[in-house]
Write a protein that binds this ligand. Structure first.
Ligand SMILES: Nc1ccn([C@H]2C[C@H](O)[C@@H](COP(=O)(O)OP(=O)(O)OP(=O)(O)O)O2)c(=O)n1
Length: 132
């Protein structure tokens, strides 16, 4: 393993780190002009499509994906990462602090769906969630 690879493994992954990596990636290639809000949104949606293709036609799959091959899980990790990276980049380019916004949204969600009232329903007035 190279020194750089060892450093990467030991680095704590944060949204700030990913934001910086994406900024470096674009700047080093002079691709900043392509990373406009609209382009990034379309790229993000495209990657969500690629992520969906992995699950397409499989029917429901058990949590943890116990029957999936290592290559399939690795591919899943790549597509999940593409979605995350474009989301992080889109937020940065739009001047939104995604970490702060997400924490605030979690708090808003908790206020909207109080624990006792919503215990057994999916929160949209629909039917009960199936138990695991
Ligand atoms: N203009 C670009 C092009 C790529 N990327 C980065 C962000 C994504 O993580 C990844 C996307 O690369 P590809 O468009 O090559 O998509 P895939 O990796 O999914 O390849 P493919 O579509 O061939 O499966 O590269 C980027 O930041 N800006």
């Amino acid at each position: 393993m190279t020194g750089a690879a060892t450093e990467e493994r030991d680095e704590r992954v944060t949204l700030d780190l990913l934001t910086k990596k994406m900024d470096d990636f674009a700047r080093e290639r002079n691709w900043e002009r392509f990373h406009s809000p609209r382009n990034l949104l379309l790229a993000l949606v495209g990657e969500v499509g690629e992520l969906s293709e992995i699950f397409q036609w499989k029917g429901e799959v058990p949590k943890g994906l116990p029957d999936w091959k290592d290559e399939e899980k690795q591919h899943l990790g790549e597509e999940l990462s593409d979605v995350l990276l474009y989301l992080v980049r889109l937020s940065d380019i739009c001047g939104v602090d995604l970490g702060k916004a997400a924490l605030r949204k979690v708090q808003l969600n908790a206020l909207k769906y109080p624990v006792n009232v919503q215990n057994n329903s999916n929160g949209d007035g629909g039917s009960e969630q199936p138990s695991d």
